[in-house]
Design a protein around this ligand. Structure first.
Ligand SMILES: [Zn+2]
Length: 222
């Protein structure tokens, strides 16, 4: 049924959203991507998203969200703020309402291009603690967007209940494991693929990858 429909993927060029893009390409007849430019530390993140979209033959729209930095100076956009996370607190990469705003802008873009499906790689199980990445919020926003625009959006969150190892498995199941591993950017230091190995994003990514590869190796043992 969904095969006749169009989707917009919120796309950063990272592991999660690239996996979501491969997922969407399986589900929908037509897929496009939207990338948000909010003054990321690395312009490379935008370029990475653009080049992946081009390679996979999907349209990519970059929206200027530099106002986010004006609203909430934070470690992702300000090189003078160190990336830290205290036990039990939100990491310093947090921007209040960021995902809320991204999804809302994606919806406006989606309606204009005749897409009613929105796909986002948010995840409740990665313990980052962003309230606007939780399932209850996404469901609530879905209702709000439908009322706001009198339109039947469906927000899809294929990663919502997956841990990082399971997200690698999903990429593998979609035939996209090498692509996601080699071409996506997760690293806060702007190194594509396996990254610097030192920053919190790299450590999280590597832990999930190691766990997935180990479980795959165990499954292959006689
Ligand atoms: Zn790194």
């Amino acid at each position: 049924m969904l095969k006749n429909e169009k989707a917009v993927v919120v796309f950063s060029g990272g592991q999660d959203s690239t996996t979501c893009l491969f997922w969407a390409l399986r589900q929908f007849k037509e897929v496009e991507t939207v990338t948000f430019d909010y003054g990321q530390r690395h312009r490379l993140e935008i370029e990475c998203a653009q080049s992946i979209a081009a390679e996979l033959g999907v349209k990519n729209t970059v929206l200027d969200m530099s106002l986010l930095n004006q609203l909430a100076p934070n470690a992702l956009t300000r090189s003078d703020i160190e990336i830290t996370q205290e036990e039990g607190e939100l990491p310093s990469t947090f921007v209040d309402g960021r995902n809320h705003l991204f999804l809302s802008f994606a919806a406006v873009l989606g309606k204009q291009s005749g897409a009613r499906h929105l796909v986002t790689g948010v995840c409740e199980t990665d313990f980052s603690g962003y309230p606007d990445c939780r399932d209850a919020f996404v469901k609530s926003l879905n209702v709000t967007l439908n009322l706001a625009m009198d339109y039947d959006f469906v927000i899809h969150t294929p990663l919502m209940w997956l841990d990082k190892a399971e997200t690698w498995k999903l990429a593998d199941d979609l035939g996209a494991f090498p692509f996601v591993r080699e071409r996506t950017l997760t690293c806060y230091n702007g190194i594509i693929g396996d990254g610097c190995g030192e920053c919190p994003a790299c450590r999280l990514r590597k832990a999930g990858l190691d766990k997935y590869l180990q479980s795959k190796a165990e499954a292959l043992q006689p």
